[in-house]
Write a protein that binds this ligand. Structure first.
Ligand SMILES: *Cc1c(COP(=O)(O)O)cnc(C)c1O
Length: 348
C-alpha cells in the first residue's frame, strides 16, 4: 500500500498479502492436495481444526464454497431444508447456491438488527418429522459476525439457545463464521468456545486476517470427509495449493491479535464522522461493534452518487461505482490511524 493515494475500505477483502506472507508463500513446501499430499495445506488444516475446536478442517477456495460444501455435506438426502436468517450472507449473497447447486430448500427466519432471530420463529419453522408433505429440516445456519447487520457479534446466550433447540431436534448448526475471529476478538474468548454448539464452521482467511485467498471449514472428521467429496464435485480440489495455505498459516498465527486494532479504528472512523455533527451524515456508534461501519446518509439531501463523488474527491475511495447501493465500510490492516483523519473531510 506504500504510496497509495486512496484509502480503500469498501471491504476487508481488499488487503494485500503482507511481506511475511509473501515469504512464506515463496518458501512453502507443496504437494498435490487432491492426493492429500500437500504438507502445508495439511498443517493449516491441523491448526485450523485446533483453532475452531473441531476434529478436522478442510481448506477451500472461498467462503461461499465453504458455506455451500457445508450445506451439501449436512444435507445429503432428498427433500431437505435449511433454516437461515433472511439477511444472512447465505440467503442474500451466494446466488442461492443451496438450491442452484445442492438441491436444498431454504426457509428464512427474520433477521433482527443484532444478527439474531426469534427463537419462537425458529421452533415454529422446524418441520415435523412425520408429515410426508413437508421437507425435512436438516440444518440451522448462523452468521457471526453478521455482515449485513454491520459486523454485529451474536450474543453468546443466543448461540447457546439455538444450539440447545437444535440438539433437542437432532439438527446440526452451521456457523457462517467468515469473521468468526472478529467475534472471538470482540468477546475476548477463543473461537472454539463460540463454536461449541456448532457442528461446523466456515471461516475466511482472506478478510481481516489478510491472506490473499482461502477459507477453512471445520467439523467432525466424518463431516469433513463428506465435505472433501463435495469440494471435489464443485471443482474446488486444488493441487499445489500450499502456496496459498502458507499465507493462511501466517494469517491464523500472526494476524488474529491485530483485529482489535481494526475494531478500534472503526470506532475512530465513527467518532471522526460524528464529531462533525452533520445532520446528514452520521454513524450509530453503538452499532459499530467490530470492523464494519454503516454510515447513515440522508438520501433527501445527499444522493448516493453525490456521496460517492465526495469520497472520491477526498481520496477516500477510488472506485465509486460500488458505493452506490451501500454505505457499508470495513476497516482492515492497511487502514492506519494516520489515515483516519481523512474521514473528517467526508462530512459536509
Ligand atoms: C465474505 C463472506 C462470505 C463469503 O466469502 P467469499 O470468500 O467472498 O466467498 C460468507 N459469509 C459472510 C458473512 C461473508 O462476509
Amino acid at each position: 500500500m506504500e504510496g497509495a493515494q486512496f484509502i480503500d475500505v469498501r471491504s476487508d477483502t481488499v488487503t494485500k498479502p503482507t511481506p511475511e506472507m509473501r515469504k512464506a508463500m515463496f518458501e512453502a513446501e507443496v504437494g498435490d492436495d487432491v492426493f492429500r499430499e500437500d504438507p502445508t495445506v495439511l498443517e493449516l488444516e491441523r491448526q485450523g481444526a485446533t483453532l475452531f475446536g473441531k476434529e478436522s478442517a478442510l481448506f477451500v477456495p472461498t467462503g461461499t464454497m465453504g458455506n455451500l460444501v457445508s450445506i451439501m455435506a449436512h444435507c445429503m438426502g432428498r427433500g431437505q431444508e435449511i433454516l437461515v436468517g433472511d439477511e444472512s450472507h447465505i440467503n442474500i449473497y451466494e446466488q442461492g447456491g443451496a438450491a442452484q447447486l445442492a438441491g436444498v430448500h431454504t426457509r428464512t427466519l427474520r433477521t433482527y438488527p443484532d444478527g439474531t432471530f426469534d427463537i419462537e420463529e425458529l421452533v415454529r419453522k422446524i418441520r415435523p418429522t412425520d408429515d410426508i408433505h413437508q421437507p425435512t429440516t436438516a440444518l440451522i445456519c448462523l452468521e457471526n459476525t453478521h455482515n449485513r447487520c454491520g459486523g454485529a457479534v451474536l450474543p453468546v446466550k443466543f448461540v447457546k439457545k439455538v444450539g440447545q433447540i437444535a440438539q433437542e431436534h437432532n439438527i446440526p448448526v452451521h456457523m457462517d463464521g467468515a469473521r468468526i475471529m472478529n467475534a472471538a476478538t470482540k468477546l475476548g474468548v477463543p473461537a472454539a468456545s463460540i463454536l461449541e454448539d456448532c457442528a461446523s464452521v466456515s471461516a475466511c482467511l482472506s478478510k481481516g486476517l489478510g491472506a490473499p485467498a482461502g477459507t477453512l471449514v471445520a467439523g467432525s472428521s466424518e463431516f469433513i470427509s463428506r465435505v472433501l467429496r463435495c469440494r471435489k464435485a464443485l471443482g474446488g480440489g486444488m493441487r499445489q495449493v500450499g502456496v496459498l495455505a502458507a499465507a493462511g498459516l501466517v494469517a491464523i498465527n500472526t494476524m488474529v491479535n491485530r483485529l482489535a486494532d481494526d475494531h478500534k479504528h472503526a470506532q475512530l472512523v465513527a467518532k471522526a464522522i460524528n464529531d462533525r455533527k452533520s445532520e446528514n451524515i452520521s454513524v450509530d456508534k453503538d452499532k459499530v461493534q467490530t470492523n464494519i461501519i454503516l454510515i447513515n446518509v440522508n438520501p433527501k439531501v445527499i444522493s448516493p452518487q453525490m456521496f460517492a463523488q465526495r469520497l472520491k474527491q477526498v481520496r477516500f475511495m477510488e472506485d465509486v461505482s460500488r458505493t452506490r447501493s451501500s454505505q457499508k465500510y470495513k476497516t482492515h490492516l492497511h487502514l492506519t490511524p494516520g489515515r483516519i483523519d481523512v474521514v473528517k473531510k467526508i462530512v459536509y
